[in-house]
Design a protein around this ligand. Structure first.
Ligand code: MN
Length: 128
């Protein structure tokens, strides 16, 4: 089963996203801050990570940088989620090592498209 790690500190957002992803057939793991997200990713090797950028303890920017500097984690695709549709955030997210970027409020069909794209890219790399 394809597993997605949802990193989100807002309980309502986290539960909504979890429910909707589970309905689409994904297994969902959760973390509520950046520091914990790294430990959960190490312990469970999710197929993809949805990373809220505004998080307590260690924010999403720093958590992504740390994951992308870690040999055991850097292959896991990360989609950054931010509340601001600013061009600057997109560049910042890609600079931090995120594989894609989306904005809140979440439009599920659009986000699912990005998730599926990245999962296919990853699967393709494993075959070749
Ligand atoms: Mn947040």
């Amino acid at each position: 089963m394809t597993t997605i790690l949802v990193v989100e500190d807002n309980e309502m957002n986290r539960e909504m996203l979890t429910r909707r992803l589970e309905r689409k057939g994904y297994a969902v793991l959760i973390a509520i801050d950046g520091e914990t997200s790294i430990a959960v990713a190490r312990a469970n090797a999710p197929d993809l990570i949805l990373m809220d950028m505004s998080l307590p303890v260690v924010d999403g920017w720093e958590a992504t940088r740390r994951m992308k500097a870690d040999h055991a984690l850097k292959h896991i695709p990360v989609i950054a989620l931010t509340a601001h549709a600013m061009a600057n955030d997109r560049d910042k997210a890609l600079e931090a090592g995120c594989d894609d970027y989306d904005t809140k409020p979440i439009e599920l069909p659009r986000l699912l498209g990005k998730i599926e794209n990245l999962l296919h890219v990853t699967a393709g790399e494993q075959i070749s």
